[in-house]
Each structure stands twice: as structure tokens, then as C-alpha cells.
Write a protein that binds this ligand. Structure first.
Ligand code: NDP
Length: 304
């Protein structure tokens, strides 16, 4: 199996996959490219796959597969995402932190502390705070469930209907309008696809409650960044926690850096965890060997 990622720890993946009987190699020590049967990759450079004519499986080193869709160098083999309960739990933890930070007025206390000011704000009952989660996929559902367990009123939105306890879910344009206009905190967990590109534009952002908070942990391209900046600068939105951006790394001259009501984290809300995800990869390689359908296969036409 060939490995490519500028972020992930090769040695950790080599050990984890080695314990499943899979030999992982970097491009530089690959030997004969014809021996490579599978690839574990995160944002490989264009042309990367051309060398490997005998690929049978491409595993995306994460949940968001947008970097692997629409690539002319990709052979016509199954592409899978990582589906790992521990990655979902880590994401849910990050979302819960960001939601709680707003629900419990933490940015105001941070500011008050800088002014040496004792600033009491009576905490709200979580049941009186509405959290809207856009995207109820593997990570979205876990995060929405975590918020529901904390007692928030949770609204969810997805392409197809969901029936999940504790989450009032909806679909379509009407559903999106309802979620945006009713939520105190909106969490974006939609994948990057042609359909979601710039979906949260100025008109959609205007539907949000005055002073509402926006959290984006999926892909920056889902939101119109200049419109978001405008909404945050004008005070129409109360604040934002942004882990992802239209262009990463976020450019030094982005207005977002200097905004007091914005928390920026560098795309790390959740990561692929070798020790737990290796089992899924091994299972899929066994399935390829038995000519069976692989798990967590993505649909390139749908884009996720
Ligand atoms: P999934 O692919 O499992 O789910 C995507 C969800 O979005 C589904 O509920 C899907 O609806 C919904 N959706 C997709 N397109 C539309 C649309 N056009 N209209 C309405 N709903 C739509 O994704 P995950 O939950 O696993 O992950 C979400 C995203 O998080 C990833 O795509 C990735 O970009 C991002 N991510 C970010 C990380 C970070 O560190 N910041 C780490 C890992 C992932 P349906 O259920 O009907 O199919």
C-alpha cells in the first residue's frame, strides 16, 4: 500500500497497518510501482496515481473526499473514506466545545478577564438554546447527538430525511430556511460538493438570527467567506468558530485574523486515528481480495 500525506504520521500508520498484515510504503521506497495494489492518501499531488497501474483500492485518509473527486489521474477503482467511530467522537468533542463556548458566554468572560472585570451573566437552560446542524452524516450525526445529550434543542438538516431521537431533522430549501432562522448556533458539517459550494451565501446568512453564532468544521467553500466577514463585522452574526477556510492556510491578510468575535483553528477539528481506522482498511482489502463490495465507498458523482 502506498502512502501520501503531508500531515499524517507515516510511522504510526505503518505500525497500525503492519499489525493488520498490510505493508505500507512511501513513494520514495516503493520499489516496483506495479506491485502497488492500494493507496492511503490525503491530498496527493495531481498525477500521483498515474504511476500505479495495478491499483485496486484508494483509501482517503479522512472523511472529506473532495480532493479525490474529479481527478483525471484516478483509475476506475473503488474510493473509500475512513469511517471511524473515534474520528467521529473527536469531531463531536470539538463541536461540543465550540457550542458550549457560545452557550456559556465564554468569549464574553475572556474579554471581561482581560479588563479585570467581574462580569456575571446568568447561564441559560440548554433547552432554551437551539443548535442547528447542517449535514447529518457520520460526523454530523455524532456531533448533533452529543449536543442533544447536553440538553440543547437540536435541529438537523441533510439531503435525505433522518429519523433520529433527539434531533428534529429536515431537508430541502424550506428545511434549511427553518434551521437557519431558528438556530442560536449553526454548525456546518456539510461536505464540499458542487451542490454545497457557496451554499451559505449572503442571503442564507441573512436568514440567521441576529447575534447568532456560526461554527464551520467541514469545508470553507460551503460558506461565502466575504459575506460571512461582512455579517460578523456588522454585528449581525455574534461570532464564528472557523476550523476550515475557502483557501488553506488562511492568508495572512484575511480580515478574519483580526476579528475579536472569531476563533480560528487550523483545520484540525478531527483527525484520522491509525490505531482504530487500520481495521477498517484491512477489512476493505480483504473484501477486495474476495471480490466483495467495500465498506464506506464514496460516490464520485454525488461528491461524498
Ligand atoms: P458524510 O459524507 O458522512 O455526510 C455528509 C452529510 O451532508 C450527509 O448527511 C448528507 O446528506 C449531507 N449533505 C450532502 N450534500 C448535501 C446537500 N446538497 N444538501 C443537504 N445535505 C447534504 O460526512 P461526515 O459527516 O462524515 O463529515 C462531514 C464533513 O466534515 C466531511 O465531508 C469533511 O469535509 C469534514 N471533515 C472535517 C474535518 C476537520 O478536521 N475539520 C475532519 C473530518 C471531516 P445525506 O445524509 O442525505 O446523504
Amino acid at each position: 500500500m502506498i502512502f501520501y500525506s503531508e500531515f499524517d504520521d507515516f510511522d504510526a500508520w505503518k505500525t497500525a497497518l503492519g499489525s493488520q498484515g498490510i505493508e505500507l510504503r512511501r513513494s520514495e521506497d516503493i520499489g516496483n510501482p506495479a506491485d502497488v495494489r492500494s493507496a492511503l492518501v490525503w491530498k496527493p499531488p495531481h498525477g500521483f496515481f498515474q504511476t500505479f497501474q495495478n491499483l485496486e483500492l484508494v483509501v482517503n485518509l479522512g472523511a472529506g473526499v473532495d480532493a479525490l473527486v474529479d481527478r483525471p489521474d484516478l483509475p476506475n477503482v473503488p474510493i473509500t473514506r475512513l469511517s471511524d467511530p473515534r474520528m467521529a467522537r473527536m469531531m463531536a468533542g470539538f463541536v461540543l466545545f465550540a457550542v458550549t463556548r457560545y452557550a456559556r458566554n465564554i468569549p464574553e468572560f475572556e474579554k471581561a478577564q482581560r479588563d479585570r472585570r467581574w462580569h456575571y451573566i446568568h447561564p441559560k437552560d440548554p433547552a432554551d438554546i437551539t443548535v442547528g446542524v447542517l449535514g447529518l452524516g457520520e460526523l454530523g450525526l455524532e456531533a448533533a447527538g452529543e449536543c442533544s445529550r447536553q440538553g440543547y434543542r437540536v435541529l438537523g438538516w441533510s439531503r435525505t430525511p433522518k429519523d433520529v431521537e433527539g434531533i428534529a431533522s429536515s431537508t430541502g430549501e424550506e428545511g434549511l430556511t427553518a434551521v437557519l432562522s431558528q438556530s442560536d448556533i449553526v454548525v456546518c458539517m456539510l461536505p464540499k460538493t458542487p451542490d454545497t459550494d457557496n451554499m451559505l451565501d449572503a442571503d442564507k446568512l441573512r436568514l440567521m438570527k441576529r447575534g447568532a453564532f456560526f461554527i464551520n468544521v467541514s469545508r470553507g467553500s460551503v460558506v461565502d467567506e466575504p459575506a460571512l466577514i461582512e455579517a460578523l463585522q456588522s454585528g449581525r452574526l455574534g461570532g464564528a468558530t472557523l476550523d476550515v477556510f475557502a483557501k488553506e492556510p488562511l492568508s495572512k491578510d484575511s480580515a478574519l485574523w483580526g476579528m475579536e468575535n472569531v476563533l480560528i483553528t487550523p483545520h484540525l477539528a478531527s483527525i484520522a486515528l491509525p490505531s482504530s481506522a487500520a481495521k477498517q482498511i484491512a477489512e476493505n482489502l480483504r473484501r477486495i481480495g474476495r471480490n466483495e463490495a467495500v465498506l464506506s465507498r464514496i460516490d464520485p458523482r454525488r461528491g461524498y
